[in-house]
Design a protein. Structure first.
Length: 156
């Protein structure tokens, strides 16, 4: 039990803020990776003010960014699919349509344009490292671009 006393305003604010927790061990160092603070843009609106699509979008952006931070310069983030021989989608963009639809934009391994539209109740995203196509270019870091929008609160 905590001896800390909170004002009513502090208790209401704490109840409205999103929570996140994860434990991960760095495969190279064996060290525990500390969780990162949530971007300011995510905490500006209470959970009650967000649609399920907006809230799912924000969380997936953070997961993509975190995944990309672990990649070397020869790989980019992609999504893997289960069920059948559907392959992967190299993520080039992401969005949502409130209250309940998420969409992912990208290319399949053959370079064909792909767009996945998914209801939040069916959401299952497997992030995979895909070899980048052009060896001269820097890898596309879509998670960093999307997370910048969250920091600047330019969505929603």
């Amino acid at each position: 039990m905590s001896d800390q006393i909170k004002t009513t305003a502090e208790a209401i604010e704490a109840a409205a803020l999103p929570e996140a927790y994860a434990v991960r061990i760095d495969s190279e160092t064996g060290e525990r990776v500390a969780p990162k603070p949530l971007p300011a843009g995510i905490t500006q609106k209470s959970l009650e003010e967000k649609s399920p699509a907006e809230w799912a979008y924000e969380r997936i952006v953070l997961y993509i960014k975190d995944f990309e931070e672990q990649l070397d310069s020869e790989h980019e983030v992609a999504m893997g699919f289960t069920g059948g021989d559907v392959g992967t989608l190299k993520i080039q963009g992401m969005g949502y349509f409130a209250p309940d639809i998420l969409t992912f934009y990208g290319e399949d391994p053959n370079g064909s344009k792909v767009q996945l539209v998914q209801h939040v109740s069916q959401l299952s995203v497997m992030l995979v490292a895909a070899t980048k196509e052009n060896k001269q270019e820097e890898p596309n870091r879509i998670g960093f671009q999307l997370a910048k929008d969250l920091e600047e609160a330019t969505i929603g």
